[in-house]
Design a protein around this ligand. Structure first.
Ligand code: ADP
Length: 487
C-alpha cells in the first residue's frame, strides 16, 4: 500500500456490494495514481454489468425495509455516520490528497463539507412533512404524503471525491432511498472510505453500494434498469446530456449538477481589497477545478488597472506543490488532458490580444503542476469567455456599464454560480435579480454550504443539493383522496 494513514481499514481496494467487500467477477482491476507524482496508490475492481445488476438488486431489496424505518432511526444512523466522518477527518483528507492532489487544507475543508451534508440530512430526516388539503367536495379530504423514490443511481466526479458523494448519500438515506454509486475512476478511494464508515455506523447491508470500474458499462446498466428510479449526476454537461437521454427510456427522475462558466463582476463602488480576496478564492480553489470557479472576471474600467495589479500580486503568493506538503496552497491538475485544455485557453487568449501578467506555463515542478495564471485585456472572442477552463487561469475583462456587464455575464448556455461585488444596495438587488444563475455570491467568492440549495439553471443542470429543498429531489408526492366523510 502506497498511502500513509492512521486507520488502514479506511483504504479499501474492493467494491462494496450488498454489504460485502468484493472483487470484480473476472478479477480484473484498474490502477489509481497520485496526480502529484503519478505513482500508483492502489487498484480497484473493474466492475461491469453483472456487478452493477447485483448492486441494484441488493439496493432494491434493502430499500423495502429502509423505507419503513422510523425517521428517528434513520436519523440516528446518519448521525453516527457523521460522527465517524469527523473522527476520521484527517485520514479521509489524506485519501483525497493522495488520489486527487488538492492541498491538505482544502482536503480537510472538503471533509468538513462532506460531514455537514450527512449531519444536515440526519436532521432533515425527521422533517419530511406532507400536507392536508381542504376537501373539494362535501365528503372529501385530501392528504399529501411524501415517499422515497426508491433505488438511486449516483455518478460523481473526481474534483470533490468525498463531498459530491456525501451530498447525495445524505438526502437519499434520509428520505428512505437506497443507493448504487459510481465514483470517478481517478478517485474511488474516498467513496469506498465513506462506505466503510457508513457500514461502521450501522447502516443496514445493501443500502449503500459502491461500484468501481468502467463508466460506460456501469452507467448503461444503471440507466437501463427499471429498478433504478432516479439518477443523480455531478459532472460534465456533455456526459449529463447523454445520461439524461438514457434516463428517458425508463422515465427516471434526474438531478443534474453540470458545468458552469461563472462570471465574477467587480463594480466601481466595490471594496477592491475584498473583491480581490474573493476572486482569488473563487478562481484558484482546487487549482481552478470546481464547477463554481470564477471563469470570467469582469472589472469596471475605472478600477481595472488597480484591480489587475492587486489581483496579480495576490495570485503570485499562491504556493504550488504536493498537497501533503503543509506549505502548499495549490496542488496539481488531475491529468494531462486538463493541462492541455489550460494551455489551449492561454494560447488562444494570447493570440487574441491577451497579456499574461502572471504564470502562463507548466510549473517548474513538472508533472501535472501548472502556474497560477493571470491574463489582462481578455475579450469576448476568446475561448476562455465561452468554455469552462477548469484550471488556474484568471482572465480579467473590463466593462463600462451595469447593463453591458449583465448582458455579457448572461450570454452563455450555463447558469450555475455567479458573483459580484458592490456596496450599492439598489444595485445589489437589481444585479442579483438579473443574473441568470442558480447561485449568486454578493460580496463573497464562496457560496457553498449544506444549508443552501446548490444547483444550476439552463445547461448547468436541474435539481438542488443541500438545504430543505435538497430532500425534495429524493421524494415522490402522493395524494390520497378520502371519500365518505359526510357530516
Ligand atoms: P470529467 O470530464 O470532469 O471527468 P465526466 O462527466 O466525464 O467529467 O465525469 C463525471 C463522472 O461521470 C465520472 O464518474 C465518470 O466516470 C462518469 N462518466 C463519464 N462518462 C460516463 C458514461 N458514459 N456513463 C456513465 N458515467 C460516465
Amino acid at each position: 500500500m502506497k498511502i500513509e494513514i492512521n486507520n488502514n481499514n479506511l483504504f479499501k481496494e474492493k467494491a462494496y456490494i450488498s454489504g460485502q467487500w468484493v472483487d470484480a467477477n473476472d478479477g480484473s482491476t484498474i490502477e489509481v495514481t497520485n496526480p502529484a507524482n503519478q505513482e500508483i496508490i492502489g487498484h480497484v475492481p473493474n466492475c461491469g454489468l453483472e456487478e452493477t445488476n447485483a448492486a441494484i438488486d441488493a439496493a432494491a431489496e434493502a430499500q423495502k425495509k429502509w423505507r419503513q424505518c422510523p425517521a428517528k432511526e434513520k436519523s440516528s444512523i446518519l448521525r453516527s455516520f457523521y460522527d465517524l466522518i469527523c473522527v476520521h477527518q484527517e485520514d479521509l483528507a489524506r485519501i483525497i490528497t493522495y488520489e486527487q492532489g488538492k492541498s491538505m487544507t482544502e482536503a480537510t475543508g472538503e471533509i468538513t463539507y462532506s460531514a455537514s451534508f450527512i449531519e444536515w440530512f440526519a436532521e432533515e430526516a425527521k422533517r419530511i412533512y406532507g400536507d392536508v388539503i381542504p376537501g373539494h367536495l362535501h365528503d372529501r379530504r385530501t392528504i399529501v404524503i411524501k415517499q422515497p423514490i426508491g433505488v438511486v443511481a449516483c455518478i460523481t466526479p473526481w474534483n470533490f471525491p468525498s463531498a459530491m458523494l456525501a451530498r447525495k448519500i445524505g438526502p437519499a438515506l434520509a428520505t428512505g432511498c437506497s443507493l448504487v454509486c459510481k465514483p470517478a475512476k481517478q478517485t474511488p478511494f474516498s467513496a469506498l472510505a465513506l462506505a466503510y464508515l457508513a457500514e461502521q455506523a450501522g447502516l443496514p447491508k445493501g443500502l449503500l453500494n459502491v461500484l468501481t470500474g468502467n463508466a460506460q458499462t456501469i452507467g448503461k446498466a444503471m440507466t437501463d434498469s427499471n429498478l433504478v428510479r432516479k439518477l443523480t449526476f455531478t459532472g460534465s454537461t456533455e456526459t449529463g446530456k447523454m445520461l439524461l437521454k438514457e434516463c428517458a427510456k425508463t422515465v427516471k427522475k434526474v438531478s443534474m449538477e453540470l458545468g458552469g462558466l461563472a462570471p465574477f463582476i467587480v463594480f466601481e463602488d466595490a471594496n477592491i481589497e475584498a473583491a480581490i480576496a474573493g476572486a482569488i478564492a473563487a478562481k484558484y480553489r482546487n487549482t481552478g477545478q470546481t464547477c463554481v470557479c470564477a471563469n470570467r472576471i469582469y472589472v469596471h474600467q475605472d478600477i481595472y488597472d488597480e484591480f489587475c495589479e492587486g489581483f496579480t500580486k495576490a495570485a503570485a503568493k499562491i504556493q504550488t506543490g504536493e498537497g501533503l506538503d503543509p506549505t502548499t496552497d495549490q496542488g496539481p491538475l488531475i491529468d494531462e488532458a486538463a493541462l492541455a485544455k489550460v494551455e489551449e485557453h492561454i494560447n488562444d487568449a494570447q493570440n487574441q490580444g491577451g497579456l499574461i501578467l502572471l504564470g502562463g506555463r507548466r510549473h517548474k515542478l513538472g508533472g501535472l503542476f501548472f502556474e497560477p495564471t493571470v491574463i489582462k485585456d481578455a475579450n469576448d472572442a476568446m475561448l476562455i469567455a465561452h468554455e469552462e477552463t477548469f484550471g488556474p487561469v484568471a482572465p480579467l475583462f473590463s466593462f463600462a456599464t451595469e447593463e453591458e456587464v449583465i448582458a455579457r455575464a448572461n450570454d452563455t448556455p450555463f447558469g450555475l454560480a455567479s458573483y459580484f461585488y458592490t456596496t450599492d444596495l439598489a444595485k445589489s438587488w437589481r444585479v442579483s435579480e438579473q443574473l441568470e444563475y442558480g447561485m449568486v455570491g454578493l460580496n463573497t467568492g464562496i457560496v457553498s454550504t449544506e444549508m443552501a440549495p446548490f444547483g444550476g439553471i439552463k445547461e448547468s443542470g436541474m435539481g438542488r443539493e443541500g438545504s430543505k429543498y435538497g430532500v425534495e429531489d429524493y421524494l415522490e408526492i402522493k395524494y390520497i383522496s378520502i371519500a365518505g366523510i359526510d357530516r
